[in-house]
Design a protein around this ligand. Structure first.
Ligand code: KMH
Ligand code: ZN
Length: 271
């Protein structure tokens, strides 16, 4: 089996200090959590940023600062910025992040209910983001909250808007979207080309259960405070690194080694 690529989603857009005191908010805190995650075994860091009040923003200046801070310590870790941002942001606001010179960016490939909100990603937006990522040489990770999103991703690939290695993230367990059930995961995995790679993000209490399935199936895993704030039932994770460490342990226990950033770059076709 290939080595396991771990992605750390260190802060997201929704988790606030009232949910956990450990959520990083400033550029320094976010970069520090990314670096601690890298030390624990993550080879990709998924980055959102916050403004001075701790609210989500896609301000490219803040992304640049975080990217610079991470690279100054760990030039090898793969930086993946979010183009999802937060619900309600418009397309151009969301797209700013790709101009911070990351290796990767998320490409959300479909509209979904997102709790009480709607996270809008229609086909024109998806095509526009895909074109801009190709122009800026930023590799997309297709965020699929539903099975139909996988088909949308394959459609933009067929249209020639995305070239090169394909990498998917199956985000399962968002309230209002596809449930975190292994049968849903298998269906999604069976829908992507056999030479594509995939990871799973189990949301909330599903994080480790989905990770276990992905580790056993030969997929990859995303964890982090963006998706889940608990290390175990009722115990808050004090850092993203604790969540990454738990995945490393789970994987090694069943004999699957963890990829370092250099190996992850090779597996994903990133120079
Ligand atoms: N915050 C969510 C609405 C992404 O990073 O691309 C979108 C999100 C997905 O987190
Ligand atoms: Zn995100």
């Amino acid at each position: 089996m290939n080595k396991l690529i771990i992605t750390a989603a260190v802060c997201g857009a929704e988790v606030m200090r009232r949910h956990t005191p450990y959520i990083p908010l400033t550029p320094e805190e976010i970069a520090n959590e990314a670096c601690l995650s890298r030390e624990a075994g993550a080879s990709i860091v998924h980055i959102h940023v916050r403004d001075q009040d701790g609210n989500p923003t896609q301000d490219v200046k803040i992304f640049r600062r975080v990217v610079e801070l991470i690279r100054s310590k760990y030039p090898d870790v793969i930086i993946q910025v979010s183009t999802g941002g937060a619900v309600g942001m418009d397309a151009e606001e969301r797209l700013q992040s790709i101009y911070s010179h990351p290796e990767m960016a998320t490409l959300d490939v479909g509209t979904t209910n997102f709790g009480d909100d709607i996270f809008v990603n229609d086909m024109p937006l998806i095509r526009h983001f895909a074109k801009k990522m190709s122009e800026t040489n930023v590799m997309p990770e297709f965020e699929c909250f539903e099975i139909g999103h996988v088909h949308n991703a394959l459609k933009v690939v067929k249209e020639g808007l995305i070239k090169g290695h394909l990498h998917f993230d199956f985000v399962l367990g968002v309230p209002g979207a596809c449930t975190a059930d292994v049968r849903n995961l298998i269906r999604m995995v069976d829908t992507i080309p056999s030479n594509a790679t995939w990871t799973v993000s189990g949301i909330g209490k599903h994080e480790f259960e989905m990770a276990a399935h992905a580790i056993a199936m030969g997929g990859n895993v995303r964890v982090g405070l963006e998706d889940n704030i608990y290390l175990s039932k009722g115990v808050l994770a004090k850092s993203n690194a604790e969540l990454v460490e738990k995945i490393v342990k789970m994987s090694r226990e069943i004999g699957r080694e963890v990829a370092n950033p250099k190996e992850a770059r090779e597996m994903l076709g990133i120079k």
